[in-house]
Design a protein around this ligand. Sequence first.
Ligand code: GLY
Length: 330
Amino acid sequence: MQRRNFLKNSTKGTAGLLATPLLASCSDSKKEKTIAGEQPILKPIVICTWDFHNASAKAWEVLEKGGNALDAVEQGVMIEEADTENQTVGFGGRPDRDGKVTLDACIMDKDGNCGAVLCMQNIAHPISVARKVMEETPHVMLAGKGAEQFAYEQGFVKTNLLTEKSKKEWVEWQKTSQYEPIINIENHDTIGMLAIDANGDISGACTTSGMAYKMSGRVGDSPIIGAGLFVDNEVGGATATGVGEEVVRTVGSFLIVELMRQGKSPQEACKEGVKRIIAKNKDKQDFQIGFIAINKKGETGGYCIQPGFTYRTYSKEGHANNPSDSFIKT
Ligand code: GLY
């Protein structure tokens, strides 16, 4: 199986939005010393995987105007789904080995309601279809043609998601069709986003085009509730990026939320989540996983396997691209 390694984060198209000074890391490591209950809740706040500044800025805009966390995360990740320069999410994403762009997404709200679409083609905003699945159907997941048909019924427009750039790369890739560990075929990956609104309610969203040149029909962690995303409004939320198969094997995001329920900080919980994956992969660590989490107090954390993963936070304290601590240090 091909293993991607994400060593750099992308800042493409984000410079113009840097309206306030960058903060130092918002990881809760510096807050761990505070006694529970003494620290005021930091809300509203949004956190997302990687340096998706435009997406977090959009979510913040929604929250700042008094919008709810569900709208914030949906509208936030839609920015990346629409960005054709981003080849790991939505429109412009890299295709599978047959040249088809297939998208995965899920969304979860404060009441534990959730919706997901898996391996869906021709629809530019899978997160919004996932929300429709949550709100308009008795189901949680719709896959493939069924998801696409449902999207049309809901008024979504058919869109060719394969851009010339991604097509060219795919044609080039076909010359070897090698599907094995290649360092850095992408700079960043899935966007997972978590938000707490002014009411203190939490929602999350996760969306991706998945592993480039994957087998037809392959689905990763991102649309799987509990793996790529989990929210419990009493505790917090977690979301993941990286090689989805490994996140699924540990039910990573659910694990992290449960660890927070048991008293771990978001930072500690993310670290433990990564350690569980490492324990299952003692002989091969040439892949990347990044987890981020937020708890009910608005404390955040992130942890990954390879150095280079970052996560963005946006609150009234400002916004920051936070370097994540990693299991492998160099
Ligand atoms: N984390 C994205 C995927 O594995 O598809």
